[in-house]
Design a protein. Structure first.
Length: 94
C-alpha cells in the first residue's frame, strides 16, 4: 500500500474536515476535526453527541481517545440522524 493511502495518513490529511466518529457503545460524535495523532486521538470543534434517540448534547471542543473509536466517516453529508426516526409512524398503528 502506498504511504499516502494508509488510514492514518488519510486521517491526518483530513484535518479541518467535518467527521462523524462512532464510538464503542457510546453513540456518535459529529464535528470539525482540528487535530489527530498517531494513536488516532482526535480533537473536534463544535462537537455534537448523538445516540439512538437523536441529539444528546452540543459541546464546544471534545477530545476523543483513539482506543474508543470504532470507525470514522470523513466529510459526511450531514450529522448523524436518529436511528429511531421514521419508526414513530409504526407506533400510531396500535
Amino acid at each position: 500500500m502506498e504511504p499516502s493511502k494508509k488510514p492514518l495518513n488519510v486521517l491526518i490529511k483530513s484535518v479541518g474536515n467535518n467527521v462523524t466518529i462512532n464510538l464503542k457503545g457510546h453513540g456518535e460524535y459529529w464535528g470539525k476535526m482540528t487535530r489527530v495523532d498517531g494513536h488516532m486521538n482526535i480533537m473536534l470543534k463544535g462537537a455534537k453527541e448523538y445516540d439512538q434517540s437523536g441529539l444528546v448534547a452540543n459541546y464546544g471542543d471534545v477530545f476523543v481517545r483513539g482506543n474508543n473509536v470504532v470507525y470514522i466517516c470523513i466529510d459526511p453529508v450531514a450529522p448523524p440522524h436518529s436511528k429511531g426516526k421514521g419508526q414513530d409512524s409504526d407506533d400510531d398503528d396500535n
